[in-house]
Design a protein around this ligand. Structure first.
Ligand SMILES: *Cc1c(COP(=O)(O)O)cnc(C)c1O
Length: 416
């Protein structure tokens, strides 16, 4: 077993060796390195063919039309393009935008900017299990609502939102729907022929592809969604995203999506069984709490709080295990997770939360090693913790400091 163990697949994934090999073949003189816009020679035309094949592969996984895929530098740019693009192009329809407090910062920070620049933004609260109730969305829609932006799978908790129900509602009410699918594409089935989603953000590096490439799906039928671009220049991507297309990155993203369409079912079942094994072992500890939804969750993410210790202390005790406290993007700020806080998780429990995220190359040995090491670390730290002593005394006298501890012991497999 290789140490340290990598269990931070929700932050980024290692590139699949099949994809790394393909990347290399699109860089050098003896490979396909041309500028896809160079229509005057074979180098450019070959590169353009590679780009269009990849576009079909990405569209294929989502049952979309290839013309609906716009290449970007990642899901962050796709989110920026979707939100500012729609709100600027469609300002005459209204200024109201709806989102939730558990979105990724790549949506929330764009919403904040829009809010400072003439838009009105409503941030919905989730339920304690992380989902946004449909009635809450319905009540927040206004006559001047142009767009709703709600993620498919949450990157910190793995909670799955009911896209079918949400998109049916927004379509019925004549509101556009943008979905950040960075954590769900290639992990859950997404069929854009049946789901009335209008815009959807994608990233390659959450799916064993390289960092720095992603895409925005923009619905063309029955109506073409109007967007204002972020970048102006050479007119690539139907004028929606200027800049020379990175042939190697695009080929790699296409391959990541092709592999996912073939292997998703078996791979997710395997990852889920490893995740459940990890949870069942960790749940043997006293006072372990699951953060998220007990059933509606993606296979690869497990977010748990160990009462009486801080996540930082556990991580510092486990240099051989790469996990995360909340999301990588916010762990620099040392704030407790905005996602867990929005779900009503108290600050102590939020500071005790650790996200384990598993992926394609996770092994059973790694899971067993991790479970053993985490249990040992938590027990060691609890011995030293005056807080833990108080909590235990509280529960001995019948006044549990955390009354909900140990309620959610099992994650069950969603019916879908
Ligand atoms: C990783 C992630 C992003 C950012 O994607 P990049 O391709 O790194 O820009 C956005 N949203 C979610 C939910 C993510 O998990």
């Amino acid at each position: 077993m290789r140490l340290p163990v990598y269990l931070d697949y929700a932050a980024t994934t290692p590139v699949d060796p099949r994809i790394a090999a393909l990347l290399g073949r699109h860089l050098t003189l003896d490979g396909v390195f041309g500028n896809p816009s160079s229509a005057t020679h074979v180098f450019g035309r070959q590169a353009a063919r590679v780009v269009e094949t990849a576009r079909c592969q990405v569209a294929g996984l989502l049952n979309a039309d290839p013309r609906e895929i716009i290449w970007t530098s990642g899901a962050t740019e796709a989110n920026n393009l979707a939100l500012t693009g729609v709100m600027r192009a469609q300002a005459r329809r209204g200024r109201h935008l709806l989102t939730s407090k558990t979105e990724h910062k790549a949506v929330l920070d764009v919403c904040r900017w829009l809010g400072q620049n003439g838009c009105i933004v409503t941030y919905l609260d989730p339920d304690p299990d992380g989902q946004i109730p449909l009635e809450r969305i319905a009540e927040a829609l206004r006559p001047d609502t142009v767009l709703a932006s709600l993620m498919h799978v949450n990157n910190e908790t793995g909670v799955i939102h009911d896209l079918a129900a949400i998109s049916a509602l927004t379509r019925e009410r004549g509101v556009l729907l943008h979905v950040d699918a960075a954590q769900s594409a290639g992990k859950l089935p997404i069929d854009l022929q049946t789901l009335p989603v209008d815009l959807l953000s994608l990233s390659a590096h959450k799916l064993c592809g390289p960092k720095g490439i992603g895409a925005l799906y923009v619905r063309q039928r029955p109506v073409r969604i109007r967007l204002e671009p972020l970048l102006y220049g050479g007119g690539q991507e139907r004028g929606l995203r200027a800049g020379t297309l990175p042939t190697h990155q695009i080929a790699a993203m296409g391959e990541a999506f092709r592999i996912a369409s073939e292997e998703m079912g078996a791979e997710q079942a395997q990852i889920r069984s490893l995740r459940d094994r990890l949870w069942q072992t960790l749940a043997g500890l006293d006072r372990v709490e699951l953060n998220g939804h007990p059933r509606e969750n993606v296979a690869g993410i497990l977010n748990v709080s160990f009462t009486g210790v801080t996540a930082e202390a556990v991580l510092a005790d486990l240099p051989d295990i790469a996990v995360s406290t909340g999301s990588a993007c916010t762990s620099a700020t040392n704030e407790p997770s905005h996602v867990l806080r929005a779900m009503g998780v108290d600050s102590l429990r939020a500071r005790a939360a650790i996200r384990f995220s598993l992926g394609r190359f996770t092994t059973v040995e790694e899971i067993d090693y991790t479970a053993g090491a985490v249990i040992a670390a938590v027990n060691r730290l609890r011995e030293l913790s005056p807080l833990w002593e108080d909590i235990q005394q509280g529960s001995e006298s019948g006044q549990s400091a955390t009354p909900k501890a140990n309620e959610k012991r099992h994650i069950s497999v969603p019916s879908s």
